[in-house]
Design a protein around this ligand. Sequence first.
Ligand code: PMP
Length: 419
Amino acid sequence: MSASEIIIPKPTDVNRIQDEHWRLRASRVLPNGMYGHIQPHHTPANYPQFFGRSAGARVWDVDGNEYVDMLCAWGPMILGYGHQEVEATYQQELKNRDLAYGASPRVVELAERFVELNDGADWAIFGKNGGDATTLALTIARAATGKKIILKAGPSYHGATPWFTPVMSGITPEDRANIVEFEYNDKESFNQAVVAAGDNFAGIIITPHRHDTYTDQIPVDLAFAQHVRHVCDARKAVLILDDVRAGFRTSLAGSWAPIGIRPDMSTFSKCIANGHALSALTGIDSLREAASSIYAVGSFWYASGAMAAGLTTLRILEESNGIQTMTERGNQLVKGLREQAASYGINVVVSGPPTMPFVRFEDGKEMEHAFIWCEEALRRGAYVHPWHNWFLSTAHTKEDIDFVLSATDCAFRHLASRI
Ligand code: PMP
């Protein structure tokens, strides 16, 4: 499709009859009408709450409205929804088994795969959610060092566990007593946290770049990462890289492999199995004993269907050079968004790796303008998000990105007419 053939998305006469129906029923039986980050008030008023179908790079809400999806289910769908080869392996595995008394050989194959791919990793443990992996990492760091305190960056998210949840309702100060915070990329602040940890410094958990919500997604400063590595070595503390969100979208070897910083443990989840529930913790040999000493398990952690899907997803990503494809599409998107914003005289910062871009309005009314802009893009068929980074998948074609850019162009024009 050439640029002149791009279909300019028409605003949908948004029909929300089914969505309203399910919202009402949800309000009776789900606390708050919905739990977690997808509560209705977290997105613009016109955003659908319930979805009925997904395929490739597209989703359909329960009322049948179609969108090119730039959220990829908050990251997992790295090859797109319902990827045929992944689903075929998954179904084949289910024909044989999924859960059974013991594990399947898939767990060994997947651990071998992680050890092969992940820079410096010698072993792996698998769970279901990212929070399983980050919590295990903390436990192993403490078991290995015999110390308590874990350093983490300010609002950095590592899971909805008492150690990390950003919402303090129901959490006791004791739950957080052994977490000390520092500012991402700030050497002084990190040094102060190390001093505060004193003799109890067990380790640090850090994301590969700063990908906090609402804020610019900034790359880690190389000198800062080197300093963190150096201090951890000197203090015999454990460096944990939380690659749950960014993993496999910038490098197959772990997100700090390209900058040459080797973590002691890494956590992954989201996209490992293209939408099937799976998380992974990998670690270096010197932590094997500590990893062997802790009790790590969940009823569904050995389910082999997701592991088979994971093996296929990682193979396809590698063989098809998926990161390069996503990067090209992401660059197309980022360039287009920046040009559009400039042409309408709107101050926008597009940050983050091209495979995980984030758009922030820099005009004193950031959230209000993000909501207006996103709502208009959504009306035109592009599912974008006002406060969370987006995700590219290998299913996004050049034409999909052209379509999204047509929708965002309409949204910029709409916003410009209102400010
Ligand atoms: N770490 C990071 C960096 C994350 O982005 C997330 C989820 N957004 C988690 C951990 C927690 O993962 P999960 O929601 O699968 O428990």
